[in-house]
Design a protein around this ligand. Structure first.
Ligand code: NAP
Length: 243
């Protein structure tokens, strides 16, 4: 029960890794507030995570809405002990075919939104709290069609280092989680189902990871077990980038 009495906010908590994390945080005693765009999956995630769970419908790329979102967080939780900024979109577009529209959408959701979602949460965070940002192994492994996604995720990894060094004196730890292939709805939503089998074959463990396996790494970084850890990138990829 590492999170007894803790208030946890998860951007992208209504699906995949974020939902698995919400369930795990709740199991370990936390009060969980999840944020996502889809009203249906948000409602079912709130039910699945359990009593006391709060859901807020919001788009992380809509910076004008952040004040209202954190107003609702303040009202529901009073403070944030753990901020897990995990929301994200995928998508494969060859470099030659990239458009500014697709680039902007990717960066607004996967980098600009998370940047300001952390900044605007800070008034609710105190000494001893922690932030986990979800990046991807895409930030250090080249993959065709992945340039915009990988660049945004490289930004997230860099953000964890740079926000981390600014907040360390305030007693707030900031770390990064870089999942490899994790079996979530993301693949289907991004039109990348064809990658399922080749990626499984490429992975040293010959499988995709379970969302709970990535979620438990996020819980570790957020917990007191990681009390002397800030600015790191924890890779959860079945050995894909190491071997
Ligand atoms: P997922 O099941 O598709 O979940 C993505 C989550 O992000 C959903 O809760 C979604 O909510 C939310 N989200 C997306 N756009 C949003 C927006 N504009 N505003 C607010 N919330 C938004 O995918 P996942 O695999 O769990 O992904 C979680 C994170 O892991 C992402 O950052 C992803 O890039 C990263 N990641 C995943 C893998 C993998 O193999 N699965 C690998 C590396 C990194 P709605 O459904 O309501 O939009």
């Amino acid at each position: 029960m590492r999170f007894n009495g803790k208030q946890v906010v998860i951007w992208g908590g209504n699906s995949g890794i974020g939902l698995a994390a919400a369930v795990e945080f709740r199991k370990e005693g936390a009060r969980v507030l999840i944020i996502g765009r889809n009203a249906d999956t948000l409602a079912s995630a709130v039910r699945q995570v359990g009593p006391d769970t709060v859901g807020i419908r919001a788009d992380i790329s809509d910076l004008d809405a952040l004040e209202s979102v954190y107003g609702q967080v303040r009202q529901a939780l009073g403070r944030i002990d753990v901020l897990f900024v995990n929301s994200g979109i995928g998508g494969s577009i060859p470099f030659r075919e990239m458009t500014t529209k697709a680039w902007d959408e990717m960066f607004n959701v996967n980098l600009r939104g998370p940047y300001f979602a952390v900044q605007r949460a800070l008034p609710l965070m105190q000494r001893g709290s922690s932030i986990v940002l979800t990046s991807s192994i895409g930030h250090f492994r080249g993959l065709p069609g992945n340039s915009h996604y990988a660049a945004a995720k490289a930004g997230i990894r860099s953000l964890a280092r740079n926000i981390g060094v600014e907040l360390v004196g305030e007693g707030i730890r900031v770390n990064c989680l870089s999942p490899g292939p994790i079996d979530t709805p993301l693949l289907g939503r991004s039109g990348m189902e064809a990658l399922r089998e080749p990626v499984r074959e490429l992975n040293p463990m010959k499988r995709w990871g379970d969302p709970a396996e990535a979620a438990r790494a996020a819980l570790f970084l957020a917990s007191q077990d990681a009390s002397f850890i800030t600015g790191v990138d924890l890779v959860v990829d079945g050995g894909m980038c190491s071997f």
